[in-house]
Design a protein around this ligand. Structure first.
Ligand SMILES: Cc1cc2nc3c(=O)[nH]c(=O)nc-3n(C[C@H](O)[C@H](O)[C@H](O)COP(=O)(O)OP(=O)(O)OC[C@H]3O[C@@H](n4cnc5c(N)ncnc54)[C@H](O)[C@@H]3O)c2cc1C
Length: 477
């Protein structure tokens, strides 16, 4: 259900809104003051992001409307009906699938603009033995044209899908330009939220029933910690009065990390030149695949552990205008690797980890709600993650060497990143160096308010999303 990971949460938050008045933070309290994205940097790292400015990964935080592990009711079979209920599948051959729904709020389509490179890649994948599958169907392993949350060819955001149709409901109030500063806790119960709206004087919004926090993987734990809920030592150090010691708040951070920058040059049969990664995002990410590394085969691991994320454009396409800035690629890296091939026809394939072993954390640094957080993702701190991503890179390279890809004269761009010149090109060591230099988040941080049973010391919420030890407070992340 890769295309829909967010929307189930949003729907449940709206359902709660229907049932009665709740003080809802996050998706239903909109914050739309510019800029739409705030770029936070992670802590400098010694072992990843080495080709990025300050050895830091750039994490956008949106300011827009926008496993089960012992938890009953959260298994695949339990959640599938909710995904299906929220979906309006519009790809004709999938409309009658038992894994997809029609008539829901969120529409799913193929991207309309279509690059011929996608046809070559599909042919190549079949050549090496992969099937074309519905990656959100019975088995995820295989290749496909991307399914996107789209309506009539345009992005269907969660606000467009879920909020617009119900905007006039009397029990829904969306407060624009509103920043939640903290959750009010009185005698162990959440009683409301303190907000700042168009001015410095905070206002208390009281909840009649519950406060539902849905501020994302960075801001939900941040707001809990600002309210004194979290690891006691860290909260005290930040100058916040402790309300409830819950050691897991902000811990267990997981993210989909990718090896970026692997660029293939080819003779494009497409007359229209790509405009650069950032400008043509809906067009470029039109192909997805989920595969197994050697490691997952050896361990008899059922689920694919690598995604090959293909963009029908390269970092070289826009003179560094957008993607270089977005990812934070250093000038030295860009000049050495991408400037020699500026504007040439290129595509990139980023292998990304679906089951990262590393765990990071998010820390509060101050009692000031507007101060930056400390994001420590610990990318590639677990060596098995490095091995898996290297396997993924080798598989994608094998696909680039097929007859189908040779028909469009595909060659891998062979200028190594600064710092990787000493390794034999395409050796395991070389791929590791590439991953550690162009370490790229795919923007899927999760896990920082972990759900778990009572005996899990690091669980923040129970299986009904209730914060442990605080009444009237739930987290939807
Ligand atoms: C560039 C980018 C591309 C992505 N592409 C895809 C994709 O193609 N497919 C996909 O499935 N996923 C994609 N994702 C991931 C997806 O957007 C996230 O997984 C999803 O949005 C997480 O949902 P959430 O509700 O947990 O948090 P968010 O969507 O981050 O929602 C949190 C909300 O809380 C609000 N908020 C935070 N703090 C406060 C505060 N103090 N006061 C008031 N409001 C606050 C924010 O403004 C925001 O509206 C992408 C992410 C990024 C950044």
């Amino acid at each position: 259900m890769a295309v829909m990971e967010k929307n189930m949460y949003l729907e449940s938050s709206i359902n709660r809104g229907r049932n009665g008045r709740t003080g809802i933070v996050g998706n239903t309290v909109s914050v739309s003051f510019p800029p739409a994205y705030v770029f936070e940097l992670t802590e400098p790292s010694q072992s990843s992001c080495l080709g990025l400015i300050g050895n830091q990964s750039s994490w956008p935080r949106g300011k827009v409307i926008g496993g089960n592990a012992g938890n009953k009711g959260w298994g695949y079979k339990d959640v599938l009906p909710y995904f299906m209920k929220s979906q309006d599948m519009r790809i004709p051959e999938l409309m009658n699938s038992k894994y997809h729904g029609t008539g829901g709020y969120l529409s799913v389509e193929h991207f309309r603009s279509h690059s011929p490179i996608v046809d070559s890649f599909l042919e190549a994948a079949k050549e090496v033995g992969y099937d074309e599958v519905d990656i959100n169907g019975q088995s995820q392993t295989g290749f496909t044209r991307s399914q996107g949350t789209l309506r009539d060819g345009l992005r269907c955001s969660t606000a467009k899908a879920f909020l617009r149709p119900i905007i006039d409901r009397p029990n829904l109030h969306i407060s624009l330009n509103t920043h939640v500063l903290k959750i009010e806790i009185e005698n162990g119960s959440a009683t409301g939220v303190l907000i700042s709206k168009l001015g410095p004087i905070p206002t208390l919004v009281r909840a009649e029933k519950e406060v539902v926090l849905s501020a994302g993987a960075t801001n939900s734990p941040h707001l809990l910690m600002l309210s004194g809920i979290g690891p006691a030592d860290k909260i005290r150090k930040a100058g916040v009065k402790i309300t409830k010691h819950i050691p897991g708040v902000g811990q267990n951070l997981q993210d989909h990390i990718a090896m970026g920058g692997v660029t293939y040059l080819f003779d494009s049969p497409d007359e229209s030149k790509p405009l650069g990664l950032g400008v043509v995002l809906p067009r470029v990410f039109s192909f997805d695949s989920f595969i197994h590394s050697i490691r997952s085969y050896n361990n008899d691991f059922y689920w694919p552990d690598v995604q090959l994320f293909m963009a029908t454009a390269g970092d070289n396409d826009d003179d560094g205008l957008l993607n270089k800035r977005g990812v934070g690629i250093s000038n030295e890296y860009y000049e050495q690797v991408f400037e020699p091939i500026l504007y040439q026809d290129a595509f990139t394939i980023a292998p990304l980890l679906l089951w990262p072993h590393n765990r990071g954390y998010i820390d509060i640094t101050s009692s000031d709600p507007y101060t930056s957080l400390k994001n420590v993702p610990n990318y590639f701190s677990d060596v098995s993650d490095v091995r898996t991503i290297v396997e993924g890179a080798k598989i994608e390279y094998a696909i680039s060497q097929t007859v189908a890809m040779s028909k469009i004269n595909t060659t891998i761009h062979n200028i190594p990143p600064p710092g990787c010149e000493g390794y034999a090109f395409l050796s395991d060591e070389y791929w590791e160096c590439q991953a550690r230099h162009y370490t790229m988040t795919i923007y899927h941080p999760v896990g920082t308010c972990k759900m778990g049973p009572v005996d899990d010391e690091y669980a923040v919420v129970d299986e009904r999303l209730r914060v442990r030890g605080i009444k009237g407070l739930r987290v939807l992340l």
